[in-house]
Design a protein around this ligand. Structure first.
Ligand SMILES: NC(=O)c1ccc[n+]([C@@H]2O[C@H](COP(=O)([O-])OP(=O)(O)OC[C@H]3O[C@@H](n4cnc5c(N)ncnc54)[C@H](O)[C@@H]3O)[C@@H](O)[C@H]2O)c1
Length: 323
């Protein structure tokens, strides 16, 4: 089988590339290296077909999609900080780019898995969030939600392309996914905290830190993608993919300080200092994962301590390799 991974030099995409290669599949990665990093795939570069390019380039996308059997569409502009700072580029890349990929998959009748996000639920306070939960987002000028809007439109397009033209698509809504290779550069909380803790720098907690999240290990996400991709009963459907065990951001900071034995202190920072105007956060984000469990038997195997240990290990070994 030939697997095309858009965004395959990124965090989740590179773990998918490792997995499919280890399964003996042929892998092609298309990535413009905007938030991705060649270092993520340097260990497998010799074994895959790596194409530097943009998902908005219809000619390249059509060529690559037509010669693949399975498309894993992971490419996206993401990270709250990135979206706030590069809004127009992110809307263009996420919405227009995904249209190109979805149309190519429709034209060439290819199986495709679409990476969506828990952000589509916005600030809906009715938790846990299940697949039919409402989207509750702020005014268009609250720029944070443009990512949510682009992803929601992407999902809607995929849904219509499935219903009208038979596109064999399954949508996976990832909740906070974490693991080795994720960068803290674009605002992701665990790599940001771990890097700060390992350098004994302050851990910046935005707001009062009572906001909570549930984290999922990237290896569990890879397993979920593989399970839905292998099961044609999931075609046309959409699933939450997330972890278990809710934790407040303040408790998370404390846990990371403990696990790293760090001398760091926790420093609360007002949201207005952390982000430009046009930012609002959601208090909780808890996935209901009953649907994917019932459908393909998936559930996460790693808990928060496993996740944190892996991320701490990753950054510790990176630090050591620099010394
Ligand atoms: N990490 C998470 O917690 C999380 C949560 C929800 C959803 N997701 C979704 O999962 C997918 C993968 O996310 P990730 O965490 O691996 O992020 P990432 O930034 O590490 O990976 C995205 C990759 O896409 C590439 N890319 C971006 N725009 C592109 C374009 N126009 N053309 C070609 N390549 C492009 C980037 O260079 C990068 O390698 C994304 O679709 C994201 O929206 C991730």
């Amino acid at each position: 089988m030939h697997v095309l991974i858009t965004g395959g030099a990124g965090f989740i995409g590179s773990h998918l590339a490792d997995f499919y290669l280890s399964e003996g599949q042929q892998v092609t990665v298309l990535d413009n290296l905007s938030t991705g990093n060649l270092a993520n795939i340097e260990g497998i570069l010799a074994g895959i077909n790596f194409v530097t390019g943009d998902i908005r380039d219809s000619k390249t996308v059509n060529e690559l999609v037509s010669s693949s059997d399975l498309v894993l569409h992971m490419a996206a502009y993401l990270g709250v900080k990135n979206i706030m700072e590069n809004t127009l580029e992110s809307i263009d890349s996420n919405f227009m780019g995904s249209e190109v990929v979805l149309k190519a998959a429709t034209k060439h009748k290819k199986r495709i898995i679409l990476a969506s996000t828990s952000e589509i639920y916005g600030k809906n306070s009715q938790q846990p969030l299940h697949e039919e939960s409402d989207r509750v987002v702020g005014a268009p000028q609250m720029i944070r939600w443009t990512y949510s809007d682009s992803k929601a439109l992407e999902e809607a397009s995929a849904y219509v392309m499935h219903n009208r033209f038979g596109l064999p698509v399954t949508t996976a809504r990832f909740f906070n996914t974490v693991g080795p290779r994720q960068t803290g550069q674009y605002g992701m909380v665990i790599p940001r905290f771990v890097q700060a803790a390992l350098s004994n720098e302050d851990l910046l907690v935005y707001g009062d830190g009572t906001q909570s999240r549930v984290f999922c290990h990237v290896s569990d996400v890879v397993n979920a993608v593989n399970l839905v991709a292998n099961d044609d009963r999931t075609i046309g459907d959409y699933f939450n993919v997330g972890g278990v065990g809710e934790i407040s951001i303040m408790e998370l900071a404390q846990r990371i300080i403990e696990m790293t034995g760090s001398k760091s202190r926790i420093k609360p920072v007002d949201y207005s200092e952390a982000y430009a105007a046009g930012f609002e956060d959601m208090q909780r984000r808890v996935p209901d994962i009953t649907k994917i469990a019932n459908s393909v038997g998936w559930k996460p195997s790693k808990n928060l301590d496993n996740i944190l240990a892996d991320v701490i290990n990753f950054f510790q070994s990176r630090l050591q390799s620099w010394l």
